[in-house]
Design a protein around this ligand. Structure first.
Ligand code: GTP
Ligand code: MG
Length: 137
């Protein structure tokens, strides 16, 4: 489908990279359908990452994602989910290709600057987690 969901994670917001990352997103051919700066409580971060709750890094991830404000966006482009994951690069920035957002802005496998949905189904669920119908244009 043509939509995906992203968050600029707390490390990148703290480091003043909202503009740089959003510019790479727009230059990558994505349109911003919805956008907000907000902060996840630990409870909401835990719910967002519920699929990872059996992973060893789950508690660290929840603490990190609730440690400061994030910027949430719904993005539109043909083949949005796959093309956006290509634009952000590998989870671990040490493995991210040149020209990707994580290569440029990520600090570590955890503090990796951005989230990108991994399927059309999750893009829908994640967008609905943050945005009402009246916040999408
Ligand atoms: P997202 O777009 O954020 O979902 O990243 P991803 O799909 O590339 O990775 P995945 O869904 O497997 O993991 C979700 C998030 O958990 C990652 O983006 C990291 O922030 C964090 N994470 C993944 N692996 C590790 C790890 O080994 N250690 C720690 N501390 N965090 C991890
Ligand atoms: Mg993921």
């Amino acid at each position: 489908a043509n939509k995906t969901f992203t968050m600029i994670k707390p490390d990148a917001v703290q480091d003043n990279y909202i503009g740089g990352i959003t510019q790479m997103i727009e230059e990558g051919g994505f349109r911003v359908v919805a956008l907000k700066k907000t902060r996840l409580t630990p409870e909401r971060a835990g719910k967002f990452y519920e699929v990872h709750k059996e992973r060893p890094f789950y508690n660290d991830l929840v603490n990190y994602m609730s440690s400061g404000p994030i910027v949430a966006m719904i993005l539109e482009k043909d083949n949005a989910v796959a093309d956006f994951r290509k634009l952000i690069g590998a989870t671990n920035p040490a493995q991210a290709e040149e020209g990707t957002i994580r290569k440029k802005y990520a600090k570590s496998v955890e503090a990796n600057a951005v989230h990108g949905s991994d399927s059309d189904e999750n893009a829908q669920i994640e967008g609905d987690f943050f945005f009402g119908e009246d916040e999408r244009f």
